[in-house]
Write a new protein. Structure first.
Length: 259
């Protein structure tokens, strides 16, 4: 079973950087991201409509270059969680987590007995089609699972300490668009209510030794993240990165040509 260096780094107090992918479902996106310096990639199923077959391809090509593949399933249910684990996901980003019970259920779906209830199937993508001792594979799979809970509702914010305290949760991710909307201040990221919410999440993570995720497009903001307590940095996402690169290029060309 593959080791999960991102989980290991976060558990030791380090900072890990990665990218979120929502548009470019290609065989090269994982390898391009790894070559650029990403340590993990988050592949989204919540807002993309990508099928399990697409996710399987993205994971397989990412694992070939030791890029840790994390998947955001569309909902918290056994079907979606166990399937993405079987095709090789090494981490889960669980959306819209409102309670400790919800994230415990997600962990249960993703882990083998006695800890969880994931069905056993081996010599498959998740163990690189390799034979081996089943008990050791179960132990390694459970130990290497990286779990991130998204705090993006008023309910989740109210229960953030209980969520952070759950054994098996490695990080909390502030879903800024959903959270500001849920708090009645959509898109107002400088609003005192939102800044207080961010501090509340950071405090819960500090208290329980979990990483806090900072996701965005502003490079300076991401670079300043660790000093503020953020230890999982996500450059997001592929379509906006591409779009902004084009905008910068074409704007510069037009300015150089006086138009």
């Amino acid at each position: 079973m593959k080791d999960n260096p991102v989980k290991r780094k976060l558990r030791s107090g380090g900072v890990s950087m990665g990218v979120m992918v929502m548009e470019f479902a290609t065989t090269g996106i994982g390898r391009l991201s790894a070559e650029a310096g990403a340590e993990f990639a988050v592949f989204d199923m919540e807002h993309t409509g990508w099928s399990l077959e697409t996710i399987k391809m993205l994971i397989a090509t990412s694992r070939s270059v030791d890029l840790v593949p994390i998947v955001r399933p569309p909902v918290t249910d056994y079907h979606h969680i166990a399937h993405v684990m079987d095709v090789g996901a090494m981490g889960l980003l669980i959306p819209l987590v409102g309670s400790a019970e919800q994230i415990r259920f997600a962990i249960e779906c993703a882990t083998y007995p006695p800890r969880g209830k994931r069905g056993c199937a081996f010599v498959m993508p998740h163990d690189d089609y390799k034979a081996g001792d089943q008990a050791e594979k179960i132990r390694q799979a459970n130990d290497n699972l990286l779990v991130i809970a998204q705090i993006e509702t008023a309910e989740g914010l109210a229960n953030v300490e209980e969520i952070a305290a759950v054994d098996g949760v490695d990080a909390l991710w502030i879903g800024q668009y959903d959270l500001t909307t849920s708090l009645g201040i959509p898109g107002q990221f400088d609003h005192p209510t939102y800044t207080a919410a961010v501090e509340k999440v950071l405090a819960a993570c500090r208290k329980y030794g979990k990483a806090t995720t900072l996701a965005g497009l502003d490079v300076a903001e991401l670079a300043a993240g660790p000093a503020k307590g953020f230890r999982m940095l996500v450059y997001l996402n592929d379509l906006w990165i591409y779009q902004q690169a084009l905008q910068r290029c074409f704007k510069a060309i037009r300015q150089m040509n006086g138009n």
